[in-house]
Design a protein around this ligand. Structure first.
Ligand code: PCA
Length: 340
């Protein structure tokens, strides 16, 4: 575990507590009472780094909760998989090892294809469509998580996914045999269908994976490209806009139930605000990070018509294959999306 980023409290008795308790008590009883007040510390792991906009957003979320509860609920964010590795975050929250955590939704694809719906190529590849898909899917996803005693608090998309390479890509054929970094089932499947060689690599491990030659291309957003300094090992970004995968924040239901009603309310309010703020930040992030890449000499291009056609064909095949796996609930979700 890395050192905690929790701010050091100079005085265990914060000003709001003092105000609430009034001047009736002596300092000694005050310290004692506050020690017994229902102050709750929550550790919150996320796989992503400090400079990432998702991490900035959840830190703000933690600050909002702390402020709204007068310190009653104090969430400490642990970034870059430092507390718990990405693959363990969901189960750690489920088992109560940590009360809250953030992870990419599509990581749960293997346990339930519905969690992968936001990563089907070209099903929802701009923010409007992604928002509609989220509206159509959030209740059913929340229900599935509830079955595991998890509460889905909010979700925020990454910018549209594209392809980073060490050469200009004109057709899909050129990606054959390329060692492609992937991060979920869909990116792996897409790479496979292109004839590339997929390898799963978590974001904090990207520079090493390129440095050691384990990969020589990657599927990700302008955001992660810029955060991992893609220009150190790549030259081209194809803004293919394949899909917008979402991160979600989940809470252990028992830990949630143990909170006071006010703290539960504060948590829900802060989640709602964080979701809105996160979607806006994500939109702004796309252009801002593309500019940073250009400034660092990455050649950014739109996909050629041949590449679009190739990727769309793969997308159709993947949608069909996804529907087969997702069955009736998958069809119901797509119908709800199409009605939005
Ligand atoms: N960044 C994360 C998920 C999607 C994205 O844009 C990653 O590359 O793993």
């Amino acid at each position: 575990m890395q050192k905690s980023t929790r701010p050091i409290r100079q005085n265990p008795v914060s000003a709001p507590y003092l105000k609430r308790l009034g001047g009736m008590l002596t300092a000694a009883t005050l310290a004692f009472s506050v020690g017994n007040a229902q102050a709750t510390d929550w550790d919150m792991p996320t796989p992503y780094g400090d400079s990432n906009f998702h991490t900035v957003n959840i830190r703000q979320f933690a600050d909002d909760v702390r402020e709204a509860t007068d310190g009653e609920l104090d969430i400490t964010v642990h970034s870059s998989g430092s507390l718990i590795k990405h693959q363990e975050i969901k189960n750690s929250v489920r088992r109560g090892l940590v009360p809250i955590g953030e992870l990419i939704m599509s990581r749960l694809a293997n346990e339930d294809p519905l969690f992968e719906v936001d990563s089907v190529p070209y099903l929802a590849s701009d923010y409007d469509q992604a928002w509609k898909l989220w509206q159509a899917s959030k209740d059913v996803l929340a229900q599935r998580l509830e079955g595991q005693r998890l509460k889905l608090l909010f979700a925020v998309p990454w910018p549209p996914q594209g392809i980073y390479t060490q050469f200009a890509v004109n057709t899909g054929e050129e990606l054959k045999g390329v060692k492609m970094r992937a991060y979920n089932k869909s990116s792996e499947q897409l790479a496979d269908l292109l004839g590339a060689l997929p390898t799963q690599v978590e974001v904090p491990d990207i520079p090493t994976a390129f440095g050691t030659g384990r990969v020589d291309a990657m599927i990700t957003s302008p955001s992660t490209g810029a955060n991992t300094r893609a220009w150190d090992y790549l030259t081209h970004f194809n803004h293919a806009q394949l899909w917008l995968p979402k991160n979600m924040v989940v809470v252990n239901a028992k830990a949630y139930d143990r909170l006071s009603e006010e703290a539960q309310k504060a948590l829900k309010n802060a989640a709602e605000v964080a979701e809105k703020r996160g979607w806006e930040a994500s939109k702004a992030e796309t252009e801002a990070k593309i500019k940073i890449m250009r400034d660092n000499s990455i050649e950014v291009s739109e996909p050629s018509p041949q590449l679009v056609k190739h990727l769309q064909e793969i997308g159709e095949a993947m949608t069909e294959e996804w529907l087969e796996r997702a069955g009736e609930s998958g069809q119901a979700l797509l119908d709800a999306y199409n009605r939005q």
